[in-house]
Design a binder for this molecule. Sequence first.
Ligand code: BEZ
Length: 210
Amino acid sequence: MSVRLGDIAPDFTAQTTQGEIKFHDWLGDSWGVLFSHPKDFTPVCTTELGYVAKIKPEFDKRNVKVIGLSVDSVELHEKWESDIGETQGTPVNFPMIGDSDRTVSNLYDMIHPNANDTFTVRSVFVIGPDKKVKLTITYPASTGRNFDEVLRVIDSLQLTAKFKVATPANWTDGKDVIIGAAVTDDEAKTLFPSGWKTIKPYLRTLAQPK
Ligand code: BEZ
């Protein structure tokens, strides 16, 4: 079963490098990022985990919990983590799911048999505090992910959850935003009393609300 935007993120209980986790309970009121790796002791994954460990304070600042997964065991993850700390400069500081029996991988459709019938692809799921899936991204095994992009999308998701705005191409935190298409000019006058710029009737921009 594929997991689509707006779906409730499938719940599960799994063994991780930080003990048994019941996923929804572990998320609590936080946002979450669940991301998969094809296999332990592989080069691209090693750099990805090291990078996520390094920028974990950025996830913490945004009230986002991160959790990794690969289809190897927790014991293997623990051995691999010592290499990651040694080579990438930051010890892995978030849980890694041991999914040897592929329960979670199958639940989230992380194995794409026409790419590889054994290993997970590089999936990313961003989950909101309502447990709904807000973002899915799938990368091939040969391409390391851009986790700064994941943070950028989280900034947009958190902003647009709060205000009736959308964010334009390549937007980053602090840049101008777009008034949501469903917002009428009359409603916009109440929502954004400082005003906005109308480029086209359907393209109205304003400074990022705080
Ligand atoms: C890697 O992480 O380097 C990798 C994993 C599986 C297939 C190809 C590359």
